[in-house]
Design a protein around this ligand. Structure first.
Ligand SMILES: NC(=O)c1ccc[n+]([C@@H]2O[C@H](COP(=O)([O-])OP(=O)(O)OC[C@H]3O[C@@H](n4cnc5c(N)ncnc54)[C@H](O)[C@@H]3O)[C@@H](O)[C@H]2O)c1
Length: 355
């Protein structure tokens, strides 16, 4: 068997660089190619010390048939994920797809069909699952320690001001067709944690508004979404990217029949409250810091777990931690949350009607 797993990265922006760095450092992985239409990003590969072929387009990469590539990481803007994943799978590579897997459930279905059809894996990036408080929450709920789940409240209050959208550095961010919305780009990790731990939702009621981003994004910057869990219990996600100055919190509060808990911090990184019948809170290992993009911060810097899982899976030592069906469910839930979103109404100076 080949000793290393060969990777290529499509899209060498903020997160693509993290993929490339982690792959390059991994003893059982090899970075063999980069694709980015931006000449500055391609030039960055030399500055980063990678002596590997760079391509302007996915078509050029596929035509070159770079020897040794097993897996391709798709780190492009959201709207390209599904089409590129299909193309990569079609050419018999495994694929790692950054979140969100796609912008519609139908696109996710096409990727899953192709993956099954060509017997190649699709790995979805949901690195917050590896944070110790998330793993602990999953264990506590799956072990039935909280009893029946009554209420789950997720609060995501972040800052994404003009510094984030400045100078067209990320021309796709904030554009409806390329980005999709705040739940896709900023908060899909938290919807993933919710789905992973509590399962699917139904009877969704949403309201959205754009408070401080009327000039630079095409959709809401804030929202309240309420629903029921298929397994029982009420839930909501309250979110905003309009916090002044910096991220405030990403938290989850759970009320069950045998106990309550709250995980908070800027990115669900610390257990703030735990009171459960006959249960003593264990000491958790420290959480990795958030991805640092200069003036603003993202979710946990856990991408090394993703690359490790790809290597382990392809070497037959593990199963996929986040599979394409789970990626689809997150997209499906967000799509249903957005079903009643009326984009035009978000930009009128009047009160938004409950839908
Ligand atoms: N898992 C996480 O925590 C996390 C964090 C940040 C971003 N992301 C996701 O990663 C993706 C990229 O986000 P980012 O912040 O790195 O954006 P970015 O704008 O910094 O980078 C995108 C890169 O893709 C390149 N690109 C654009 N069109 C392309 C094409 N047709 N072919 C190949 N490359 C192309 C751009 O030139 C740019 O280098 C998004 O889907 C985003 O949601 C995930």
């Amino acid at each position: 068997m080949k000793k290393t797993v060969g990777f290529a990265v499509i899209g060498l922006g903020h997160i693509g660089k993290r993929h490339a760095h982690i792959i390059n450092e991994h003893p059982e992985a090899q970075l063999l190619g980069i694709v980015d239409p931006d000449p500055l990003q391609r030039a960055a590969t030399t500055e980063l010390g990678y002596d590997i072929p760079c391509f302007e387009s996915i078509d050029d990469f596929i035509a070159a048939n770079v020897p040794g590539v097993d897996v391709v990481c798709i780190c492009t803007p959201n709207y390209l994920h599904a089409a590129y994943a299909e193309q990569i799978l079609n050419n018999k590579y495994h694929v790692v797809i950054e979140k969100p897997m796609a912008l519609t459930k139908a696109d996710c279905e096409r990727v899953i069909f192709k993956s099954l059809n060509v017997s190649k894996n699709a790995f979805i990036v949901k690195q917050n699952r590896y944070s110790p408080p998330s793993k602990w929450l999953k264990e506590v709920v799956a072990g039935g320690k909280l009893g029946d789940i009554h209420m789950v409240q997720i609060n995501c209050y972040w800052n994404r001001d003009d510094r984030y959208y400045k100078g067209g550095e990320h021309p796709w961010k904030g554009k409806l067709k390329m980005d999709g919305g705040t739940l896709f780009t900023q908060f899909s990790h938290f919807i993933d944690i919710m789905y992973w731990v509590f399962g699917d939702v139904k009877n969704i009621h949403s309201r959205f508004w754009n408070y401080t981003h009327q000039h630079n994004i095409d959709f809401e910057d804030s929202g309240l979404v309420q629903f029921e869990f298929v397994n029982g219990g009420l839930g909501c996600i309250n979110f905003s990217t309009s916090c002044w100055g910096k991220n405030m919190e990403s938290s989850i509060t759970v009320v069950g029949s045998k106990g309550s808990l709250k995980i908070g911090g800027q990115y669900m990184n610390e257990v703030e409250y735990c009171h459960i019948e006959n249960y003593e809170m264990p000491e958790l290992p420290p959480t990795n810091p958030p991805n640092d993009y200069g003036p603003y911060k993202g979710s946990a810097a856990n991408h090394h777990y993703i690359i490790q899982n790809v290597v382990d899976t392809l070497k037959g030592r593990a199963a996929i931690d986040t599979n394409a069906l789970e990626g689809l469910k997150v997209v499906d839930i967000i799509e249903r949350m957005y079903e009643t979103r009326n984009i035009e109404q978000l930009f009128e100076k009047k009160t938004y009607e409950y839908s």
